[in-house]
Design a protein around this ligand. Structure first.
Ligand code: NAP
Length: 450
């Protein structure tokens, strides 16, 4: 096919949704070319920076993404930020279609007094820090507390709890950042309390993730307080599995002599972080009761308030997407508005040439694989729109624009240089990978001097 006849598509974001979309496009419409834009010099988004370092098995999905990157028609444009180096409008005039898969990188707040005391952190930053993300690596996290409280009952809360509790020598073999490992080695944390505002049947985590903590040597898992594990009609299978497992944990209590503990406390909401000399010293908590039924069951405060001494509070109450200059944004849900992936304005009017997939389309839910079906849904619509897309008039070549602007674009082959450096550094230190955590260091590795 003549180069001029190719359908040119830009994918913004190189996490799972971006790669699944690129794959579906290149396999579904071999006449198209996909340019993937990524703000950092390295790809893979949440697989590199969200998945916990001791979950290397999950990170292996990156092998599939590397296969996508090797498909004819694929190009990677790392170190290019849409909004800084390029505008949405410039992308729309350089590509027949632009798909946004920018994820949900921001944290959600609790909006309670004391949230900004030292010792109180968002899970999004804590996870970015232990994963060596350039945006978070220089932040200070003080882990000087025997008891940590993690607010939230999702899988991220369990990741954070597991990293706090896991044997430090085990973590040292992963790709955890050096600063995080050093802080964990110094930390006296012995107990992590997980705080859930609703009951055990509403816990958002997967049973296997809790079991993985219970299986850690020297770690005990307990269910605190007086809660019911009664099975209810119409419960989703995952909730039923959680209930049965939690009831078993409650019954058996702690086996052996654990040196570190995870305590799950349900029906409890933080209402204030109390401080001394600018640092968290305790959490004021209010007990809840459940009202309503089915999926709409919610927590209602009982008025019973108590205090829990702690010097470390991590809020893990979900992620939220960031608005992109030049793109419509639904502020309540923190997503790009769309009809199954075809971007609309806030009044529901389609925006020709614009598409979205992944967390920025549907919100931060599901596992990595959930994005495959989500991206396919969007790509199926793009394939149906092919004729209309071909009719769009392109006015410039974005690669030329970037060259003219002096942007140092990292291609996939350049990223492979970074990858090789990180693996070699890791091998020398008995780690799976020793990540570069500063963009200039990544660029130096990407473009080695001859
Ligand atoms: P999540 O699953 O939505 O869990 C958020 C938790 O925060 C829920 O327990 C929620 O309780 C609670 N919460 C929200 N607002 C709150 C408030 N104001 N006060 C107290 N609690 C509050 O989100 P996530 O844990 O960030 O995970 C995001 C997605 O990534 C999920 O789909 C997750 O499964 C996935 N993930 C998977 C893995 C894995 O497979 N290993 C690892 C990490 C993440 P309510 O239910 O009451 O709202």
């Amino acid at each position: 096919m003549a180069e001029a006849d190719r359908l040119k598509i830009a994918v913004v974001g190189s996490g799972p949704a971006g790669f699944y979309a690129a794959d579906a496009l290149l396999r579904g419409a071999p006449s198209c070319a996909v340019d993937m834009f990524e703000r950092l010099p390295v790809p893979f988004g949440l697989v590199r920076y969200g998945v916990a370092p001791d979950h290397q098995g999950i990170k292996r999905v990156q092998v599939a993404f590397e296969r996508t990157a090797a498909l004819p028609g694929f190009r990677f444009f790392g170190n290019v930020e849409v909004g800084r180096d390029l505008s949405v409008d410039e992308l729309l005039h350089g590509y027949h279609a632009v798909l946004f898969a920018t994820g949900a990188a921001l944290d959600r707040r609790l909006d309670i007094p004391g949230e900004d005391l030292q010792g109180s952190y968002a899970a999004t930053s804590f996870v970015g820090w232990y994963n060596g993300h350039p945006d978070f690596i220089a932040q200070t996290f003080s882990l000087a507390a025997e008891r940590a409280v993690v607010v939230g009952m999702g899988n991220v809360a369990l990741d954070v709890a597991r990293v706090l509790l896991r044997d430090r020598d085990d973590l040292a073999k992963t790709d955890i950042s050096d600063v995080a490992l050093a802080a964990l080695r110094e930390s006296p944390v012995r107990e992590v309390v997980l705080l859930g505002r609703r009951g055990p049947a509403q816990a958002a985590f997967d049973q296997g993730e809790l079991e993985a903590i219970a299986d850690l040597p020297g770690v005990g898992v307990e269910v605190d307080g007086d809660v019911s594990f009664a099975d209810e009609a119409d419960l989703p299978a995952a909730a039923r599995k959680n209930l049965a497992y939690l009831a078993r944990l409650k019954l058996q209590g702690n086996v052996g002599q654990p040196t570190r503990r995870l305590k799950l406390r349900f029906l409890a909401s933080p209402v204030e972080l109390m401080g001394a000399a600018g640092r968290v010293r305790a959490l004021k908590i209010e007990d809840n009761r459940l009202v309503g039924a089915g999926p709409h069951i919610r927590a209602e405060p009982t008025g019973k308030v108590w205090e829990l001494q702690t010097g470390l509070v991590i809020r893990s109450v979900g992620y939220r997407g960031a608005a992109i200059a030049g793109m419509p944004f639904e502020a309540k849900r923190n997503v790009i508005p769309s009809s199954a992936g075809r971007v609309t304005d806030l009044a529901g009017q389609p925006q020709p040439g614009l598409y979205t997939a992944g967390w920025i389309k549907r919100g931060p839910s599901g596992l990595i694989g959930t994005n495959k079906a989500d991206s396919k849904e969007t790509v199926d619509l793009m394939l149906r729109d092919l004729d209309a897309l071909r009719g769009r008039v392109l006015t410039h070549d974005v690669a030329d624009l970037l060259t003219a602007r002096g942007v140092r674009v990292v291609g996939f082959a350049d990223y492979r240089n970074i990858d090789a450096v990180e693996r070699a550094r890791g091998q020398a230190r008995g780690k799976v990978r020793d990540k570069l955590t500063a963009v200039p260091d990544m660029l130096a590795a990407a473009f080695p001097k001859a």
